[in-house]
Design a protein around this ligand. Structure first.
Ligand SMILES: C[S@@+](CC[C@H](N)C(=O)[O-])C[C@H]1O[C@@H](n2cnc3c(N)ncnc32)[C@H](O)[C@@H]1O
Length: 288
């Protein structure tokens, strides 16, 4: 069993990119009355304390959400993200951080559904414990599986409502995750061609991390968007996360424009050195 615990990283620059995009996607689905499903293949614990020993160890949130927190010049995509995080910190002190399952629960209406996979027994236990504090509505619309999200996702596609998104957010501790992500998206799209699939990936000094996005870009899908944000140059010792990316199959049409404004701003505000950079690409396949 791998040792990855998201609490170490909650609210860092990678979470900012991932969660700002996720919230935009959820808001977009919520604009139509028809119900939708959210499938989170790698859910984590759901809620994090930023003042816990773990989170404080690397103070990663300080270089992420902590730098956005009190800005009054946020682009709309990020203003909405900060608004969601603020909902967990009503006293104005940044001490709690919502993971993807909680951001989804905030967005879902009564008739929408959330399906969560978390394979790490301790994380799954904390996730279920956190959920038990939620109201009955949230419990009714959510199912937690303590099994492999790559495999489990397949049996849920397409969702009965034929509307929805899959978030694929592995820790990539196992380098097989890169290959499994590509396979999961391929198989997911076969079952649910109109669904949205959002993949997070790390920028690390590893061949697979730069190859995987290129493989995703070659998939035969209706449309995709690829955004990445590097906050510094790669470390000389080869360790650490210098940035991250999000690859989205069938993104909301509004997302590209939002990111055109948000990414240059994030590059400026989250930069740790002069090598901070971003990329943004979008493709539509008219034949599909
Ligand atoms: C990056 S964290 C998830 C963070 C979460 N999606 C969020 O945004 O708040 C990845 C999680 O996936 C879990 N995990 C690793 N391999 C898994 C698998 N094959 N299936 C389901 N969960 C897995 C890890 O235990 C870890 O908690």
């Amino acid at each position: 069993m791998f040792s990855y615990r998201h609490a170490f990283h909650a609210g860092n620059h990678a979470d900012v990119l991932k969660h700002a995009i996720l919230i935009h996607m959820l808001d977009y689905f919520g604009k139509k009355e028809a119900p939708y499903w959210v499938i989170d293949t790698h859910a984590g614990a759901g809620l994090y304390r930023l003042d816990s020993d773990w989170a404080a160890k690397n103070a990663e949130a300080a270089g992420g959400v902590g730098l956005l927190w009190q800005r009054d010049d946020l682009p709309p995509l990020l203003a909405r993200y900060v608004e969601c995080v603020l909902g967990y910190n009503a006293d104005g002190r940044l001490r709690h951080y919502p993971g993807s399952p909680w951001l989804a629960l905030d967005a879902l209406r009564g008739h929408d559904r959330l399906r969560l996979f978390e394979m790490h027994p301790t994380e799954a236990e904390v996730l279920v414990g956190n959920l038990e504090h939620m109201d009955r509505g949230a419990l009714r619309q959510t199912t937690v599986f303590d099994t492999d999200g790559f495999e489990g996702m397949k049996s849920l596609l397409p969702p009965p409502t034929r509307r929805g998104m899959v978030l694929i957010d592995p820790s990539y501790e196992d380098k097989q995750d890169y290959r499994r992500v590509v396979t999961a998206v391929k198989e997911g799209v076969k079952r649910f061609a109109t669904g949205s699939f959002a993949v997070w990936y790390p920028q690390v000094q590893r061949r697979e991390s730069s190859e995987m996005p290129r493989q995703l870009e070659k998939l035969d899908v209706k449309s995709w968007l690829h955004a990445s944000l590097s906050v510094r140059k790669p470390a000389t010792d080869g360790f650490g996360l210098h940035g991250s990316g999000m690859f989205i199959v069938n993104p909301p049409w509004t997302l590209h424009d939002e990111l055109k404004t948000a990414l240059p701003w994030l590059k400026k505000v989250l930069a740790q050195d002069e090598r901070a950079a971003f990329t943004l690409d979008y493709r539509e396949n008219a034949a599909k």
